[in-house]
Design a protein around this ligand. Structure first.
Ligand code: GDP
Ligand code: IMO
Ligand code: MG
Length: 425
């Protein structure tokens, strides 16, 4: 019997999960998304081509690998259809190839969930979360509120009746906002997409994944968002609405905790965040702008500029603890190629004390980062292919991080392409 390895982000998302899942997927029989929805944008680059996936797991470009959209994911049928249509235009048809399946128990994002997301954010004004406006929060609310519609419901004879009942409820809530909307066009697209997704095989993800494990096959669970956006442990309320941590892989696929194997934690050599909320190491200055331009830090889903800052070790240690990370993967080291000096936040100053953890009141009193200066490597990393070519300053930075974080860094990413990945261990 095998176990499920988990790969997830340790920061505020966009660490490069899509790229690394694609790189690792030849080692697996199945890639399974376990939470989040089309708020995610996972970018893959190979053979001069670039793809952004929102709902579909990042294993679809490799041969012989099953891809599961798990029960913990929330699905916008319109976006899923668009993703598959675009892939087809680019010569990839994972449905026809029999390598994509959908969990019956995954919840559906309705057009009115998106309207509720938008109405709510509009009302919050300056204090808004900075949601991707994909309807994620309202859909998970209906899931936990026991009102939601699931993929498996689409084949029931009274699906339309159930849909209407939920939409009436949403319209009632929307009437309390000063918010104008036009539902008709979206609704037509929704029902067209519902018919379309009936062509993707529906499975019970819990049985599907466990049968793979029983047969000794290898499964990799692909996280979305990042640990610091986790609904329980992130900087609440500036979080997403799912458990982005390893525990989420258990509930989002139907696997027992003792079925979790390796946990790959991905982080950038610096840090970014998109949307509102605390970000202690943020560089709201030209250094941050430099990171944004060199790292192309603009959202894969919404195009919004990502906030940029230095690496935050107290936050990373927290994420490693919560997830049980066994191996680290450092991304985007090449973005720091031009810096004479880079910095790492080792502690925070908070209420007159020096602390090394994220405090509960981080929302109201943002801690001040204590920064350690690190000599830059001033070398173009994008063409290196062997660990022997790593400049000594970068080797020192890696050794420093491993000592601080107490977990080995197994892979180093030096560019967006599949090939720009070095195995260190
Ligand atoms: P994800 O949501 O975690 O999959 O990450 P995103 O795709 O949203 O954002 C990561 C961005 O960085 C994408 O544009 C990737 O193509 C790019 N990327 C990934 N790894 C590297 C790297 O090592 N160096 C550089 N320069 N870009 C990278
Ligand atoms: P990937 O998988 C970065 C952020 C939003 C907002 C907050 C809540 O590509 O790393 P939501 O739409 O979930 O209600 O938004 O979470 N957010 C992400 N930030 N990467 C993502 O996904 C994100 N998904 C949501 O910007 O601050
Ligand atoms: Mg992303």
């Amino acid at each position: 019997m095998t176990q499920v390895d988990v790969l997830l982000g340790l920061q505020w998302g966009d660490e490069g999960k899509g790229k690394i899942v694609d790189v690792l997927s030849p080692q697996y029989d199945m890639i399974a998304r376990f939470q989040g929805g089309p708020n995610a944008g996972h970018t893959l680059e190979f053979d001069g081509k670039k793809f952004v996936l929102n709902t579909i797991p990042s294993g679809i470009f490799n041969e012989g690998i099953m891809n599961l959209i798990g029960n913990g994911v929330v699905i916008d049928p319109i976006i899923l259809k668009r993703e598959l249509d675009n892939l087809k235009k680019a010569g990839h048809d994972p449905v026809a190839a029999g390598k994509l399946v959908l969990a019956r128990k995954a919840h559906l994002i309705l057009p009115t969930h998106q309207l509720l997301d938008a109405a709510n954010e509009q009302k919050m004004g300056a204090g808004k979360i900075g949601s991707t406006l994909k309807g994620i929060g309202p859909t998970y609310m209906d899931k936990t509120g026991r009102n939601g519609l699931r993929v498996g419901d689409t084949t029931l004879p009274d699906f339309k009746g159930r849909y209407n009942k939920l939409v009436e409820k949403h319209k009632e809530i929307l009437s309390h906002y000063e918010f104008e909307y036009d539902l008709a066009e979206k609704e037509a697209a929704f029902f067209e997409a519902i018919e379309f997704i009936k062509n993707i095989p529906h499975v019970d993800s819990e049985h599907f994944v466990n049968s793979y494990l029983k047969e000794g096959k290898k499964v990799l669970a692909e996280g979305a968002q990042g640990t610091l956006l986790d609904v329980d442990f992130g900087s609440y309320p500036f979080v997403t609405s799912s458990n982005t941590t390893t525990a989420g892989a258990c509930t989002g696929l139907g696997i027992a905790p003792n079925k979790v194997g390796d946990v790959f934690g991905i982080f950038k050599a610096y840090c970014t965040r998109v949307g509102g909320g605390p970000f202690p190491t943020e560089l709201d200055n030209e250094v941050g702008e430099n990171l944004r331009q060199v790292g192309h830090e603009f959202g894969a889903t919404t195009g919004r500029a990502r906030r940029c800052g230095w690496i935050d070790l107290p936050a990373l240690k927290y994420a490693i603890m919560l997830n049980g990370v066994t191996e680290l993967i450092m991304m985007k080291a090449d973005v720091l190629d031009g810096f004479d000096t880079i910095y790492a936040c080792t502690h925070y100053e908070h209420n007159g004390e020096t602390i090394d953890y994220m405090p509960y009141d981080i929302i109201s009193i943002q801690p001040k980062p204590v920064l350690k200066a690190i000599e830059g490597w001033k070398t173009d990393l994008t063409g290196i292919t062997k660990k022997e070519q790593i400049p000594s300053q970068l080797a020192d930075y890696i050794a420093f991080l491993e000592k601080e974080l107490e977990v080995p860094i197994k892979y180093l990413s030096v560019g967006p392409d599949r090939m720009q990945t070095l195995m260190l261990k």
